[in-house]
Design a protein around this ligand. Structure first.
Ligand SMILES: [Zn+2]
Length: 130
C-alpha cells in the first residue's frame, strides 16, 4: 500500500512508520493542527465570556429572574456553559463561571452568583473580597 506525506501528499519511501517526507512538512502539519485547536479553544472561550457578560450585566443590574427569550435577545448561547451544579434539593444550576441559572418554569430562569465551587481550590479570600 502506498503511503503519502500527511502534509504535502508526496509518496513516502523508507521506514514504514514515516508520516512526513521532510521536517518542513512535519512542522507545517503540526503548526496547522495547533492553530486549529487554538482557534477552537479561542472561539469557545469567546462565547463563554459573552455568556458570562450577559449574565453578569443582568444580575448586577438587579435582574434575578428573567425570561429565556430575553437572554437570547442579549446574545446568550445556551449551548455553552462551564459547569453544572445539582443541589441537594434536586435543582440543576447551569453556570457560566460564577454566574448561573436554573429553570424556574414557564420559560423563566432564576439567576444566581456563586463562586462556592472554588472553595478549597484557592487561597482563603481576604475579608471583604467575597
Ligand atoms: Zn511532505
Amino acid at each position: 500500500m502506498e503511503r503519502v506525506c500527511l502534509d504535502c501528499g508526496a509518496r513516502l519511501l523508507g521506514r514504514s512508520d514515516k508520516k512526513f517526507c521532510s521536517d518542513q512538512c512535519r512542522n507545517n502539519y503540526n503548526n496547522r493542527l495547533n492553530r486549529d485547536q487554538n482557534n477552537y479553544v479561542r472561539n469557545v472561550h469567546a462565547q463563554l465570556r459573552r455568556n458570562r457578560k450577559v449574565l453578569a450585566d443582568l444580575f448586577e443590574a438587579g435582574h434575578h429572574r428573567i425570561h429565556r427569550d430575553a437572554l437570547l435577545a442579549h446574545g446568550y448561547n445556551f449551548t455553552f456553559f462551564t459547569h453544572l451544579v445539582e443541589t441537594r434539593d434536586g435543582l440543576r444550576w447551569l453556570y457560566c463561571f460564577e454566574y448561573g441559572f436554573r429553570d424556574s418554569g414557564a420559560g423563566y430562569l432564576e439567576l444566581m452568583k456563586s463562586s462556592a465551587y472554588l472553595e478549597g481550590c484557592v487561597p482563603e479570600a481576604e475579608p471583604g473580597l467575597m
